[in-house]
Write a protein that binds this ligand. Structure first.
Ligand SMILES: [Zn+2]
Length: 276
């Protein structure tokens, strides 16, 4: 995944990882010294280490919180409490109606004309104002959010994190610092293409969430088709499977429900579009 294609940002990312190797090596120069440093720092609460092979939900949530701080240093939260509430309520509706993980989920709208949605480990989902403007109704927005919730349920962020740490060999005996994992998770989320298998898995799992919540699966196909025709390339498009293939897969793998839930354009226009 991390070697998919080279870019300036990825070169920077590799440099970051290389720097991290040096840091970890320095810590393990002397076992006794390392132990003393670790215990002192842990007592002070300044450094937390995670054993990468066995990340607990609590550790994943902590990584997510720190990644969230980085996301919010890059993006501004959209300053409209009604819109934030609308998206948060929709997210919680999808989580509670489906077989989602028993962790707190957090849904936030960030200001960006880029049409995008993304998820980090630990239950954090983000949608941009550009995406809100592109959706035509609540069901289409729900379909994208369900896809992002699915990434969290399937622990794709954690799996990608493990792969990145293993590939770069940066795990010391004490594990890897939470802050370092958050930095990598941030890069993986925003800068690097997601794996093809993760995307198909999130599509399928997201559609189940959508249907369990009573929204029509067709809304996701409609939204992908709209993005394809408009030439936008958000996270869930900027991947190996083309939208056309994904739309086909959606149609073949799901029974298209007759539900009209969330498809009233006036409701969406009144509650979201008119406030943007
Ligand atoms: Zn995705």
């Amino acid at each position: 995944m991390i070697n998919y294609h080279l870019s300036k940002r990825q070169t920077w990312f590799q440099l970051l990882l290389a720097t991290s190797v040096i840091t970890v090596s320095n810590i393990s120069v002397s076992a006794s010294q390392s132990l003393a440093i670790d215990i002192t720092d842990v007592i002070k609460g300044t450094v937390q280490y995670v054993q990468i092979a066995n990340i607990s939900d609590e550790q994943e949530i902590e990584i997510g919180k720190q990644t969230n701080q980085q996301v919010l240093s890059q993006y501004q939260l959209y300053n409209n409490s009604q819109i934030q509430q609308y998206v948060s309520d929709l997210g919680q509706e999808l989580v509670s109606a489906s077989d989602s993980r028993d962790i707190p989920f957090n849904f936030q709208v960030v200001s960006s004309d880029e049409v995008n949605a993304f998820a980090t480990p630990g239950g954090f989902v983000y949608v941009t104002t550009g995406l809100l403007k592109t959706a035509e109704n609540r069901a289409q927005l729900a379909s994208v959010m369900a896809h992002e919730i699915a990434h969290i349920n399937e622990k794709h962020g954690v799996k990608a994190l493990k792969q990145a740490v293993a590939a770069q060999g940066i795990a010391g005996a004490a594990g890897v610092e939470t802050s370092q994992l958050a930095q990598i998770a941030y890069q993986l989320t925003l800068d690097l293409p997601q794996s093809r298998s993760f995307e198909y898995e999130a599509d399928n799992s997201g559609l189940k969430i959508l249907q369990q919540s009573g929204y029509p699966a067709q809304a996701f196909a409609d939204f992908l088709a709209k993005l394809e025709s408009s030439g936008n390339t958000p996270e869930f498009i900027r991947t190996h499977p083309t939208s056309e293939n994904r739309i086909k897969a959606i149609s073949q793998n799901t029974q298209i429900s007759n539900s009209n839930k969330g498809q009233d354009p006036t409701e969406y226009s009144n509650n979201v579009l008119s406030l943007l």
